[in-house]
Every structure is written in C-alpha cells, then in structure tokens.
Design a protein around this ligand. Sequence first.
Ligand SMILES: [Ca+2]
Ligand SMILES: [Ca+2]
Ligand SMILES: [Ca+2]
Ligand SMILES: [Ca+2]
Length: 721
Amino acid sequence: MFLFFCEGKPRRIFFACLIVLFSGFNFHCSRAQSVAPTQKAGSRLSSPLLQPATQVQGLIVTPHRTRGGKLSAELANRQTARLSDIAELSLHVDRPVSGRSHLLKFERPVTIQEARAIAARLKSDSQIESAEPDFLMRIDSFTPADPGYATLPGQWHYMTPDTGNLGGANLPDAWSMTLGSASVNVAVLDTGYLPHADLAPMLPGHDFISNTSITNDGNARDSDARDPGDWVAAGECGNGSPATVSSWHGTHVTGTIAALMNNGVDGTGIAPNVRILPVRVMGKCGGYISDIVDAMRWAVGIDVPGVAHNLHPARIINMSLGSPGVCSAAFQSAVNDVNATGAIIVVASGNGAMNAVNQPANCSGVIAVTAHVVDGDNADYANVGPEIMISAPGGGCGTLDVACVIGMDMGRVVYSLGNTGTTSPVSDSYALKRGTSMAAPHVAGTIALMLSLNPLLTRAQIKSILRASARPHPVSSTCTLDANINLCGAGLLDAQAALTAIVPTIQIVQERQIVTPAATVDLSADVLAPVGRSVTRYQWEASTSNPVVIAIDHADTAHASFIAPATGNYVFTLRVTDSSGAVSNAIAIIKVNSAPVITAQPAQQIMVGQSMQLQLQANDADGDVPIFHASAMPVGASLSASGLFVWPNAAPAGNYQIAVYASDHDSTSTAAVLVVSVMPGTSMMIGGRGGGGSMQGDLTLLCGLIVVIRRRLKKPVHETI
Ligand SMILES: [Ca+2]
Ligand SMILES: [Ca+2]
Ligand SMILES: [Ca+2]
Ligand SMILES: [Ca+2]
C-alpha cells in the first residue's frame, strides 16, 4: 500500500500510481509543490521558518487576470456555490483582499493538509489564478528540527511557556533574533568536555586541576580540557562516600549552552553559534578553590603563572559548582578581577534545598541562579536566598508537588549531552539531569544571545534586562509564599523578553562639556543598533528645565550642535529608535562657563623696605567665586586665594610685573599684570596696616603714572613671572 505515502485524493493517486507501475518510471509520489525548501548555500543553520497553525480557517482566492471575469463577478456578489462544489466543502466570501483577491472562509476549520487539498482542487479551475490557505503567521518563531527537541522527554525547558509548561525559557521567539555569534565566547568551568557529534569544536581550553589525586588524567595541569571521567569508588571521597559513575557534567552543561541546532543530532543548545572555552576544574570528588580562581581569571584573559595566555577570553563564565559557606575571600577577589574585565559570571545556587545560597553563587557581583521545574515552581532541591538574581529551568520535582517522585520525573528534567561510559568515555549519548547546575547554563546561554545581539552591553545592563524581563513566579508557587519573598530573584528566565528588551547602545562622545558663551557646541554620539536592526530615528532634545530655550541644529542626527548661551547648566537627551521600535536614551550635560575677569589695578610705587597690601578683584559673569593665584612672586610677597596681595618690607628696588590669575572651578582668567615699582632710598615706612587696595605709607600717593596691563608678558623685568 505504498500508494498512501502520497498526499491528496486516494482515488486519483491510485490511478496515477497505476500509470507509473505500467510505464516503468521511478515515480517518487511527490508533487512539485510539496518539495521541501533547501537550505541557503553557505548557511550552517536552517532559516527560521514560519510555522503555520495546525488549523486553517479559509483560503485567499484570486481570479485569473484575463479568464477570471465571471469568477470576479461571482465573488463580488458573494456567490460561492460553484466554488463550494469544486472545493467539496462549503465556502463563503468573508471579504475582498487587496491584490484582486477575496478571502473565502470554510464552513468549519480544516487541517493544513485539507486546506492544501482544497486549494489544489480550486486551482484546477481555469478561472482561478491562485488559491492558497490563509495561514496564521507568527513572529518568526521556529522549532528546531533536532530529534531530541520535541520528542519526549524533549527540551521543554527551552520552549515557549504555556499552561502545561510555565517554566519554559521562551527560546523559540528568541532564536528568530539570533542563534548566537561566533565572536561571543562562553567559558564553562566544569569537569571538562567530551567531543560530541552535537558539539562544534571547542576553543583551546585548559585543565586547571593541580591535585593528581582528583585529576584522573595522569597529570596535573595541562592544556587538554577533555573529561577523562570522574567516577569514584565507595569511600574514595571520604568515609562512607558512595561509589558513583562518571557524571559527564561539563558536557551536559556545555550542550545546554551550545549544542548544535538543526543538525539532526540529539537536541539543541541555547546559543548554538557561540564558542565554548572548556576549562576543567572539577575531577574526582570535586575541585579546589585554588584551582577554580586561577581558572576564572585565565578564562577572561588574565594571565596565571605557569599557564599560557588565553587567546580566546570569554565574556561569560558559567560555574555550575559550589559548596555551602560564605563567599571566600579568594572567590570574591577572583570575581572582582573577572568583573573588571567586563565579563559576567553565572553561578548555580546549589542543590541543598536550603534557604542559603552556596559559594561562589553568594559572592558579590555574580549572577546567582536557582532552578524551577516544568510548571514554574521552584525545584525541591534548589537553594534560594537573597543573593538569587533569577530562576531558570533545572527540572525535577517542584517543591510543592508532593506527588512528584524523583526518578519518576522523566520528561521533566533537562535534556542535554552525555556519554554512555560509566567510568571512561565510551560513546556519545544524551543525558537527563536535574539541578541548579542545569539552570545556570540556561542563563549563561541567554546572556550569550544577548551579547550576540549587542556586544556593547555592560554587565549592569545585562543584569537589569534579565531582571526586568523575567516572568513572575507562578501564582501560589513556592517563591510566592510569604516566607520566600525576595529569596528567588526577579522571576523566571525569559529569553525572548530579554532579547526584545535589548535596545541600541548610545555612547555620547562627550557626556560632560564645559564651554564658553557663544561657542558652537557639538552634541555627538556613537550609536550601535542590535544585530539585525538599524537605527531609524535620532532625536536630540533640550531639557525643559534648562535655564533658557535652546535651538538645536541637526537635532534628528547623531551629530547635532547648538550655540552656547551666556551662562548656565544645560541637559540634552538623545533618543534613539531602532527598526524594531526599541528606544534608548542618553544624556549630555553642558555647562556654559565664563572665566573670571580680573579688575585692572593701577601701577603701584613703593620705597624699599616699605610694606604694601592690595586686594585684587575679579568678576565672574556666572557668579562663581574667583580663586586667585600667581605663577611666581617676589621674595617675601604672597597672594591669598581670596586675592589679598601682601608684600612686607619690599626689596630689592626695581620694577616688578607680577602675573596674577583668577580661576573658577572650570576655567582660568587671562593673566593680569600687577605692576609694582620699588623705589631705591631710605625706608620711610609708616607702621600699621592700610586698607585693602592701598599702599601703606604716604609715598603711595606718589603713584602718578598708572599703567594697567592685561596681557601676557613677554619680558619680565625681574624673574618673578
Ligand atoms: Ca591534567
Ligand atoms: Ca587534562
Ligand atoms: Ca542538535
Ligand atoms: Ca564662571
């Protein structure tokens, strides 16, 4: 009965296939229309195909341009009896559609296959130019074709959240925006990795395990980060410790972040195009802080003694590891160093079912991740605490789901890569695991997608977006109980919402400027739209709280300008809109400042040995209090910040030209020259102090020639300038 491989009307197919049998052709029972689209040349990934809904309501029918006059008239008059006969299903005209078409609705919704068959029957009518199902389009969402994605147990943990799966990380719509960029490197600090048919080649990583009793690869640190297995015998990890098989934990975590998509193998990863830097820190029984902190620094490009420089520094570190206790000083120091490079660290909260977060998830400056299960409830094993930033799928039983039994929760755990070996590696497999270890890489992978869309995102922006885009913990779930408020972070990871929230990055060229009145002031910005989008609008706006209204030139470009008014502080906002409608803002602050102007002083004359004091004055147009200073002074003379010039017992005789200045906090006056002639002869000083601005002694009055100089001096008479 091979005939029924063909779709369409069985009776017709039967005859077609009879013809084939008798004519001896190799007939594949396919119709040109149903040939699957081929992948674009050079592309490693399938295009994000639009997925039609499973039911169709109607058809778009277009009469033939020349032969369809009668049909056009029928449709205009809503006469559908003839078409219904051809369709073998009752149709009615819903409305005209642009492009000479009409939308015809079925008497009942039909399947996609039925709709296509009806459309094909209608197209056999010579008056019909085209007839096609009116499919429901969705926003570029697509479903990976990997066999493990949708087939039970499946990767529910990536899927669009719905009533049966409130915990899904909402990746299908995120994947239509990006599958990751090969320029984003994610370091996985774990048990190492195994090459796997569902993994792209790893970046050159490193094995940081120095302790040969746990390393299990026959040597201490080395440049091969492959996982030799971490199985242990009973008692090997301490008295009473159980025997365990190899976990292949690092391979599982790596697969969650970057397993290949649409390659026909296993499931998929969250960011299949990003690169993984495997860094081995965990062996038999675990790993030591001393090795892990070295690995953290090395992963982001900080040199570690005895290890070759990492040529592929990571922007993201995933650490699905930890142990109870406060954050150690060594961990905190490493976190600080990593953060200083601009990288971001994601850490699992731990599986102790405690109201306490393991270290290093509790270190300041990391993203601590707890785990939820398929219905969005916090996982029964997951640690929570105030350090938690977000929850991600970790699988297993929910805390409040008493009917759920561990081991009977297949289909509710996290599906990723594994190996069949119980000790040493044997062959590729997939593995089902539960844990906060599985939750953290969901967040790391999502951050990798975010950085793929906009590599300029800062750690603060990433955290802010993840928090703001998280879905609320489900009503009446563990994390909404009064006792757990603020212990589970912002909510459930939502990759689609996080990526949608990424806005263009704006870098104002000069965020703060101090300018002079009447200057032409540049308002310039470098703007980067997320990948796949473009900037559609720039708008510079002057703040309504500015002291005066300012006209901005070229306000609708990235490079605007204005003429500075006389004085005051001004705020300008650049608002950038991208082609997705996302908006971001940045602010430029401009201070218009006038430098102080020193009030000219008459030339001063004084006899040798006399004392003088003089109060200098300056005017600052914007009201700043001037601060006086001089570049050099005659021996014994001084000038206070408030402008009091004092020269007791002036000597020796000569003509002094003293350059004085007044500054506000932002600018300095031009030099003013205080001219003092010290006359030779017997001191005739009269004791006591005179008032500001006058010489002491009668000879002051001898000052006849008053010269005011406000210029830069070329030749000092004395070396006092
Ligand atoms: Ca080794
Ligand atoms: Ca090794
Ligand atoms: Ca795959
Ligand atoms: Ca000023």
